[in-house]
Design a protein around this ligand. Structure first.
Ligand code: NAD
Ligand code: ZN
Length: 345
């Protein structure tokens, strides 16, 4: 089968021919209908050798949708031909967190070397994907796989991040989304559909600010230090109740800290490597909460797909055939994508 692989450190990913995988006992093979292109892929491909821990060659793709194609021995309650989304942060399924659906925080994944598809295990940028357990499939139903595959990460991750701040996002509150890319443009829609908060979007790119407005942000400003004063003006000098940072470079962390109000949340979703001073003497906004959430739970993926069925979330997608997947990554790297790139084998 054809697959997009990251094959040598620092090189661009390439489309290659590899053997079609067979599902072992307990596993399910999907014929891939769509796979999303995430900035985290670009992040891992930028890592130097001493920090890269995902194996080579690595078939990319941790946002996956497909149709059940072949069922391994012992798998019950699943039928060939069913359309599925893949829950990506695989865990052991047995520990307390996994039993609560929070496999993203599995206690045993490190010990057993369990890795998500595309981030250690073979990923979804291929004609077929073997999923390790039926537990990691969520029925797509009538949802279009191409337009919704990104919800498995670009929807699930901001959903989980926002849910942790819901009680602060009451009427009269203000939330800031920094970085209106794949995750950020979905975050804006989730905030608008779950809360009465006023949403302010920040980005460095004019086209992304237009996207923010078109998906429901009431205000959008260039991401630069001057944004702090504009946002303070909007909030009677108080600052905002929550900042969702999908970039987390030093510049955006500093921006977020300067605009979050006392008792507000600063939620760090991006994988940028900035750092923040904390403590009573470090800022003038007391009792703020800083969180760095990772992906989301299985139950939350069901909820996100339900929001999409209700029409509350629409992913802005740009579609690439598998042969042109390297071009999608090139555009992602150069910040030339609007919304999410989706690869279709
Ligand atoms: P993306 O490339 O689609 O979007 C990034 C956006 O940030 C772009 O619109 C870009 O213009 C904007 N941006 C860049 N610099 C900025 C700045 N200084 N101020 C404001 N905006 C700026 O990326 P994505 O796929 O949406 O991923 C966003 C981040 O989230 C990445 O760092 C990714 O690795 C991370 N991520 C984290 C998790 C998690 O579980 N925590 C999951 C998925 C992705
Ligand atoms: Zn991702």
């Amino acid at each position: 089968m054809k697959a997009l692989q990251y094959r040598s450190l620092g090189a661009a990913p390439e489309v290659v021919d590899i053997e079609t995988p067979e599902p072992g006992p307990g596993q399910i093979r999907l014929k891939i209908t769509a796979a999303g292109v995430c900035h985290s892929d670009e992040f891992i491909m930028s890592l130097p050798e001493d920090q890269y821990e995902y194996g080579l060659p690595l078939t990319l793709g941790h946002e996956a949708a497909g149709v059940v194609d072949k069922i391994g021995a012992g798998v019950k309650y699943i039928e060939e031909g069913q359309a599925m989304a893949v829950y990506g942060p695989w865990g052991c399924g047995l520990c307390y967190e996994c039993s609560s659906g929070r496999e993203n925080y599995c206690r045993n994944s490190g010990q057993y070397g369990i890795a998500p598809p595309g981030l250690g295990a073979p990923g979804a940028m291929a004609e077929y994907l073997v999923v390790d357990s039926a537990r990691h499939l969520v029925p797509l139903g009538e949802l279009d796989p191409v337009r919704n595959v990104a919800l498995t990460d670009a929807g699930l991750t901001p959903y989980h991040a926002i849910k942790g701040s819901l009680e602060k996002l009451h009427s009269g509150s203000t939330a800031v989304v920094i970085g209106v890319g794949g995750l950020g443009h979905v975050a804006i829609q989730i905030l608008r559909s779950l809360t009465p908060t006023t949403v302010v979007a920040l980005d460095v790119d004019r086209a992304k600010l237009d996207l923010a407005a078109s998906v429901g942000a009431q205000y959008s400003f260039p991401s630069e230090p001057g944004a702090v004063d504009m946002i303070k003006d909007l909030t009677s000098g108080l600052g905002v109740d929550a900042v969702f940072d999908f970039v987390t470079t030093q510049a955006t962390l500093d921006l977020g800290q300067a605009m979050v109000r006392s008792q507000g949340d600063q939620v760090l979703v991006g994988v940028g490597s900035g750092t923040l001073p904390v403590g009573l003497a470090a800022t003038s906004s007391w009792e703020t909460t800083i969180r760095s959430p990772y992906w989301g739970s299985r139950t939350e993926l069901f909820e996100v797909l339900e929001l999409a069925r209700d029409g509350a979330i629409n992913v802005h997608t740009e579609v690439f055939p598998l042969e042109r997947a390297p071009e999608a990554y090139e555009k992602l790297k150069n910040n030339q994508l609007i919304g999410r790139a989706v690869v279709v084998p």
